[in-house]
Design a protein. Sequence first.
Length: 446
Amino acid sequence: MQGAPDTGSHDHARGLAGRDASPHPLQSPGLSGPQGGHVPPLKGNDLTNFSSLELHGSLIKALEAQGITEPTPIQTQAIPHILSGRDVMGLAQTGTGKTAAFGLPLVHLLMGRGKAAPKAPRALILAPTRELVNQIADHLGKLTADMPVSVATVVGGASISNQVRRLSKPTDILVATPGRLIDLLERRAVTLGDASRLVLDEADQMLDMGFIQALRRIARHLPESRQTTVFSATMPKAMAELAGTYLRDPVRVEVSPPGRTADKVEQTVHFTAQGDKARLLESYLGDHRGELALVFTRTKHGAEKLMKLLASWGFEAASIHGNKSQGQRERALKAFRDGRVQVLVATDVAARGLDIPAVRHVYNHDLPEVPEAYVHRIGRTARAGAEGNAVAFCAPAEIGALRDIEKILGRPLTVGGGVAPAPAAAAPRGKPRRPRSRPRNRRAAA
C-alpha cells in the first residue's frame, strides 16, 4: 500500500516549512497569556437549555424540530461570547457540537440585519475539505429552512460556472474551501468587503494541509473590522501564528485538553507485519459484520487498492480520497450513511469532518505521519455520546509514529493483539514530515 500521502486538495499553499514569516497587514495580538486567555463559561445564567442562551426563537424551534433541546458544553461556553461580539478560539474534540457552537450565533447575528448584496456575502466560513463544507452547509440549511438567511457553498471539483451564477444572487453565509474561494476572488465573482464575520473550522487541519498562505491571501480581502471565530480539535504550535493573524483579544474556550480523544472510544493497538494488515482487517471486519466501519490509509493509491481487495473478499466497501470526483465521493458517503456500504476506506483529508453517528469502528490501517491526525480519525466514532472502538495496526516501521501518538494522548494505547517489536527491530524515526502540497493544479480538488 505504498504511494504519496493524500494531500487531498491541490489548492494548498506551500507547506508550513516554507511559509512566509513576514507580518500580515491584518495581523493582531492574538491569544493573550501563556494559555491563550482561557475564559470560563459566562456566569449568572442557567445555560442548560438553548432558550437561556438568548438565541432567536426561530432557531430554537428549528432545534426542537430536530429533537435537540440541550446545548453541549462547547456550545454553552462559546455561544454567549460570540453573541457578545468577541473573537473566540474554540478547542474541542470532534463530535462535541462545534458546528452548532458557531453556526447558531452566526445565524442569530445575521437575522434582521438587512440583506446581502449580490456577490457580497455577509459571513464567511472556511473549511479544509469539500465534505466538511457540505456538512456545515447542510447543518446550517436545517437551521435556516424557515428563515430569511441564505447559505451557499463553493468547493473545488464542482462547476465553477454554476458557483459564479449562484454568487450573483444575494448570499448571507458563504461556506468555502480556500482554494476555490481564491479562484472566485481572482475572477471577481465574489467580494468579501461585507463579510464582517469569519469562521475558520478545523483550523489545525488547514495548517496540516499547508493552507496558511491561502488564508493570508483571503484575509487581505476581508474588512479589518470583523469578528473572527476559530475552532480546532488540537492545538499544534503553529496555531499561535494563525491566532496572531486572525484573532483580536480573543476568548479561549475548551471542553477538553487539546489532543484528548472522546471518552467513549475504546482504543487499542494491534502489532503486526505490514504485509499482514489486510488479512488482519478482514478478521476484525468479519467479527463485526453489519456495523459501519471507517478504515484509514495514508495514501490515495493505498485506499483504492484496499477497498478493491475488501470488495473481492465479499465486503460492501467504498472509498473516498483525493483522486475521486466530487460526485463519486458524495455517492460513496451517501451509500455509507444509508448502510448500503458497511466499510468506507478513506484518507485523512477526504474523511475530515465526517459526521456519521452510526460509525461504530475506526481502523487505522496505516498510522498517520502527523500524530494529531489520529485524534481526528478516531473522532469519527463515539459521536454525540455514543460508544465506539478504534484499532491501530502498527508495523515495526511505525513504532515511532505510535510513540508520537501516545505522547499527545498522554498515555500508551492498550495492546489488543500481537507483540511489540524489540527496540532494535523498529526503524529509526526522525521528525514527522508534513504532507507536501503539489504546486501544479493546486486548487483543483478543494
